[in-house]
Structures are given as structure tokens and as C-alpha cells.
Write a protein that binds this ligand. Structure first.
Ligand SMILES: [Ca+2]
Ligand SMILES: [Ca+2]
Ligand SMILES: [Ca+2]
Length: 340
């Protein structure tokens, strides 16, 4: 008992909190998810919903172009980072007879927001800009998913082209008016998010967006992408992602979980280390000096579950305070010790 007491007295935490990001939902559209989606909103769907609220014929005049549909990204079918074909969710506002009124809903499954770290991320691009640039709205419901009544909160609006007031063949924005909201690629100022082929339009490149969902802590919400652009062209949405901060492990919690004991402390020559592996994991430890510089690293390999023992020979280590850091899988515990 005395030894244990001394050990607790000398070992204190120095590492900050370890947090990881958990992925709650990720849809990159690389395989076609649309055949699996519900095609109408019941008020309480647990699945994705892809719904054509307008029922209008598109300029394509095909049934599967009237709501969100699957396809290669129109501006750049090859993803520049992966070299693979990039598939996206696409929706058309270019309707037969150039009618307004396009309203296509893509509604995510319900999601319970349990803390203020939840984030929604996605990418979008209009096919063309500024002439006939598509916009859309991202909406939240804290009730059901009745499309006409429940989605009362707007968390993001992308502007669309409203009217042509000057030279329609120009890519200068002063020739057009736009609805309220964010203008893709910062209104044509950010060249990362469009391609200029020297023609009469620019082509949109997928631009990332993020919105915090912290306003909905304690609620179960639905999130909807509503393509509500009137008489424009087409829109792509990709990489819809919802994250939250994962389990927050303080060093004390990690030490407890790892049953980490280093002894004796202060140490003269050999440090003994007891620890527990919960499930088969890669294990390593490091010795750091008081300036956080790594003095020694030892990889113990993949260890089976159960209690383990390791010894650490500190021959030649100058006197002073050090830290022993043990990593089992993604759990890291750290304890201070004094070398005499
Ligand atoms: Ca994709
Ligand atoms: Ca439609
Ligand atoms: Ca328009």
C-alpha cells in the first residue's frame, strides 16, 4: 500500500485532453444510393428521402431527371485528388418550357444531436455561373420530415441567378441580379471553385461548406437539401458528412483504462511498467524529458488482451523529471517520474 501511495503521489498528468472526431454519416455518392432511398416523406422516415415536389418535366424530359439523381460530376468527372471518377447528386432546374418552380428535396435520415460539437459538412457546385447559376437551401426540422410544414429553419442559402440586366453573354456579375445567399466561389472571386474556359459562362467546381448544429442540442432533427432554384441549369452536391467530437479521454481516464503503473518512483536504474490491453492492440511507449523531447521509443508489437509487463532500463539517463507515455491502440496514458 505504501508503494502505491508513493506512486500516486508522484505520478501526475501532463497531456491535454485527447479527442477524436467521430463520423456519424458520410455520403460521397461513389456508389448510387438513390435506388435505396424513400421517394416520399411520411413525416417520420428513418431513411433518406428523394422527392420531386414540383412534378414538372425537365428539359431532359426523362422521369429520372425530375428529382435528385446520380451521375458523374459535370464540370470535372475525375476527382483531382483521387484520380477516380467522381459521382455526385445532381438536380436540374432547367425545366421544359423554361418554367420556374423546380423544388427537389433530398432529406437525410433523422439525427439526434447530443452535444454542441455536431457539424454538417458538404460540397456543392452550380454547373454554370453567373448566367443561370443554381442556388439551393439547407433546412432543418426539429419535428418530423413533413416537407411543407416541418422545415422551418434555414441554416444555409446559396444564391441563384435572378435576372439578366445587361449583357447575357458576359461573365461579369454586374450583368445579372441574384437571389439572397452565398454566391458560389465567393461571387467568382475564388478561382479554386470554378473553371474559366474563356466562354460565356464559368463552370462551378465543388466548394466545401460547414455549418455547426449546436443550436439543436437535445433535439432529433432532419436536414434537407432543397434545390429551389427557378429556371437555371443544374446543381451538384457531394460528400455530405456529419461529425461530432468523440469520447473525450482525460489522462486520468486513460491511465485508469490502461491500469498503467510505473514503479519505483523515483527510479534508480530500472523502471517497471504494468498495463492492461483491453482488446488486441498495437502497443508502444516513449520516454520524454521535461522539454517534451523524445528520449526513447520502444515498440512492443501487437499484444493480446490482458495484463502485460514491460521493463525499461534507464542506464545513463541524467537525473531529472521525465514522462513515460504508453500507447495501446488509440488510448494514450502518460505519467511523470523522477530519475535519481
Ligand atoms: Ca463523390
Ligand atoms: Ca422536380
Ligand atoms: Ca434563376
Amino acid at each position: 500500500m505504501n508503494t502505491n501511495f508513493a506512486f500516486i503521489f508522484f505520478c501526475f498528468s501532463f497531456l491535454p485532453i485527447h479527442a477524436q472526431l467521430d463520423t456519424l454519416l458520410f455520403e460521397d455518392f461513389q456508389t448510387n444510393p438513390f435506388p435505396m432511398m424513400d421517394t416520399s416523406a411520411t413525416g417520420s422516415n428513418t431513411n433518406w428521402v428523394n422527392y420531386d415536389a414540383d412534378g414538372l418535366e425537365t428539359a431532359f424530359q426523362t422521369e429520372d431527371s425530375k428529382q435528385w439523381f446520380w451521375g458523374e460530376f459535370f464540370t470535372d468527372p475525375i476527382d483531382p485528388t483521387t484520380g477516380q471518377t467522381n459521382y455526385v447528386a445532381t438536380s436540374l432546374s432547367f425545366l421544359e418550357g423554361s418554367l420556374p418552380g423546380n423544388r427537389n428535396w433530398l432529406v437525410l435520415p433523422p439525427l439526434e444531436i447530443t452535444d454542441d460539437s455536431y457539424m454538417l459538412h458538404w460540397k456543392s457546385a452550380p454547373n454554370q455561373m453567373p448566367r443561370y447559376m443554381d442556388g439551393y437551401t439547407v433546412l432543418v426540422s426539429t419535428g418530423g420530415n413533413n416537407l411543407t410544414t416541418d422545415f422551418t429553419e434555414t441554416i444555409f442559402t446559396a444564391a441563384s441567378m435572378d435576372e439578366i440586366i445587361g449583357n447575357s453573354q458576359s461573365t461579369d456579375y454586374s450583368n445579372f441580379t441574384f437571389t439572397d445567399g452565398y454566391l458560389h466561389a465567393d461571387g467568382g472571386m475564388n478561382s479554386d471553385y470554378f473553371v474559366d474556359n474563356g466562354g460565356t459562362i464559368l463552370n462551378g467546381v465543388l466548394e466545401p461548406h460547414s455549418v455547426s448544429l449546436e443550436a439543436y442540442v437535445g433535439e432529433t432533427i432532419y436536414i434537407a437539401f432543397l434545390h429551389d432554384s427557378d429556371d437555371d441549369e443544374r446543381l451538384a452536391v457531394d460528400d455530405i458528412l456529419i461529425t461530432k467530437l468523440g469520447t473525450v479521454n482525460t489522462n486520468e481516464q486513460a491511465i485508469q483504462e490502461l491500469r498503467m503503473e510505473c514503479y519505483p518512483n523515483p527510479v534508480d536504474y530500472q523502471m517497471n511498467l504494468n498495463f492492461k490491453v483491453k482488446e488486441k492492440s498495437e502497443v508502444s511507449f516513449q520516454v520524454l524529458n521535461s522539454a517534451n523531447q523524445i528520449i526513447q521509443t520502444q515498440y512492443l508489437g501487437e499484444l493480446s488482451s490482458g495484463m502485460h509487463y514491460a521493463k525499461l532500463v534507464l542506464n545513463g539517463l541524467p537525473s531529472g523529471t521525465y514522462f513515460l507515455t504508453l500507447q495501446v491502440g488509440n488510448v494514450i496514458g502518460s505519467q511523470a517520474f523522477v530519475n535519481r
